[in-house]
Structures are given as structure tokens and as C-alpha cells.
Design a protein around this ligand. Structure first.
Ligand SMILES: [Zn+2]
Length: 123
């Protein structure tokens, strides 16, 4: 299990509206930072590649939804397609193992951090 308690959270400015947002230390090197409202406005105009370089300060509930509905599907379409029905049945630990195996460690880390109760997300 990944322990986030000692991860540093920094304050950064949204690259688009300059609002203060928070950013975990390991995301500080992102090309741009965006608050969630700016990202929502921009997301349809950006390519997947551009989006992948932007750190978005996203509310946890929305992050979990997006991880499941969009992010995994975009980043790992084959994995998602093959495992979607299975994923819904799996425990958090099993999901972690499956996704680490698929090379989705970053996604899993965020998902673990975002939700203590993945069952709520999957329902
Ligand atoms: Zn903004």
C-alpha cells in the first residue's frame, strides 16, 4: 500500500486563470497546472498528449469518476475493454495488481489516494 502521508503538497497557480491550486510534489514538473474549471473548459480543445502534460487540481470525487470513466479508457483502452466487467467485480487489491501488471501504476496510485471505498465508485 502506498503511503501518501509524507507527500508534500505545494501551492501553485492555475496556468490559465492564476487561481491558487494545490499540487503534489511529484506533479510539480508538469508543463502546466490547471484548476478544475479551466480544465473543463479546455479539455475538448486539447489533445490527449497535451492533457497528459497538464496537472489538474481536481476534486477527489470527480477525479475518481474520471479515472474510471475516461482516464483508464483513454490511457489503456485495451485493458479497459477486456477487463471492464471484471474490474467491477474486483477488490481494490485485485484492481491494483491487475493495473500494475498493465503498467498503469500512476493511475492506480491516484485512484488509491482518491478513494478509500472503490466499491462506491464502481457501483
Ligand atoms: Zn483556472
Amino acid at each position: 500500500m502506498i503511503d501518501y502521508s509524507d507527500k508534500k503538497i505545494h501551492e501553485v497557480e492555475c496556468s490559465f486563470c492564476n487561481e491558487k491550486i494545490t499540487c503534489p510534489e511529484d506533479m510539480l514538473d508538469s508543463d502546466k497546472h490547471a484548476c478544475y474549471s479551466c480544465f473543463n473548459e479546455l479539455k475538448d480543445k486539447l489533445s490527449e498528449d497535451e492533457k497528459s502534460k497538464i496537472h489538474v487540481d481536481m476534486p477527489m470525487s470527480d477525479m475518481a469518476d474520471m479515472l474510471l470513466d475516461t482516464m483508464i479508457e483513454i490511457a489503456y483502452p485495451e485493458f479497459w475493454k477486456e477487463n471492464k466487467s471484471k474490474i467491477i467485480q474486483m477488490s481494490k487489491k485485485e484492481i491494483a495488481e491487475e493495473m500494475f501488471a498493465a503498467g498503469a501504476s500512476a493511475v492506480v496510485e491516484m485512484m488509491m489516494h482518491a478513494h478509500e471505498n472503490p466499491e462506491d465508485v464502481f457501483s
